[in-house]
Design a protein around this ligand. Sequence first.
Ligand SMILES: C[S@@+](CC[C@H](N)C(=O)[O-])C[C@H]1O[C@@H](n2cnc3c(N)ncnc32)[C@H](O)[C@@H]1O
Length: 225
Amino acid sequence: MLKDIAVWGRSTTEYIQMFDLVAADLKLNILDCAAGPASFNAEMTRQGFNVISCDTIYNLTANEIAHCIQEANQPIMNVLQTNSDSFVWQKIQSPYQLQELRMAAMQTFLEDFRLGVEENRYITSALPNLPFTDRKFDLALCSHLLFTYSHCLSQEFHLASIMEMCRVAKQTRIFPLLSTSGKLSSLVQPVINELKKQGYTVEIKEVAYEFQKGGNKLLQVSSPL
Ligand SMILES: C[S@@+](CC[C@H](N)C(=O)[O-])C[C@H]1O[C@@H](n2cnc3c(N)ncnc32)[C@H](O)[C@@H]1O
C-alpha cells in the first residue's frame, strides 16, 4: 500500500452516480477493485445484490482500518478547504457535510467488515493482480485509484490493472479521469491508445456525478474476447 493513497470511502449513492449504474447493472456480479472503506459492498449485500471487494487493506482489522481512516481525514479536509474552488458544492454543500456523509458510509463499511471477510466479500489483493478466474464477474469497478493517483502509479501499472480487470470481468468502469490535482490525468490518452491498439473496446462516458470540477466522466473498457 502506498502511503500517499488515502484510505477513504464513498457511499452507494455516490457509486451509482459515478459509475452510471442503472437498475440492470445492480443485478450483475460486481467486483469493486481498490474498494477501501466504501459502503457499496455492505449496502448492496444488505439489498440482496452480489458484490465482492478487493483492496490491499483487507488484511487489517476493522480497528486498524478505522485508524487509517482517521489519519486520512485531516489531510483530506485541508485539501477541500484550501482548494474549495476546485469542487462543485451542490449535491454536497460543504466540506463539513462531505465529512459527515463519508464518515457515515465508512462506519457502515466498518460494521460490515468482519462478516464480509467471513463471507469472502472482502478479499485482500493488490492490483495489478486479481485472484479470480477469467470472466468470473460481469462488471469490475475502480474508483479513485487509477488516474486519481497518476503522480505515483505508472502507466504500466494502469495498463496492467485495467487489463487484469478486463480479464476477470466482461466490462470495466473506472472513475474519475482526473488526478488529485483536479486536471485530466496525463495517462488517460496513452492508456486509451494502448488499449485500443491491443483490441480493447474503450469509451469515455459522461455521468451525473461531479464533485471535482470537470470530473464527470468514466472510462468503460471491455476486452476483445
Ligand atoms: C481513495 S481510496 C478509494 C476507495 C473507494 N474506491 C472509493 O472510491 O470510495 C483508494 C484505495 O485504493 C487502495 N489501494 C491502493 N493501492 C492498491 C492496489 N495496488 N490494489 C488495490 N487497492 C489499492 C487503498 O488501500 C485505498 O483503500
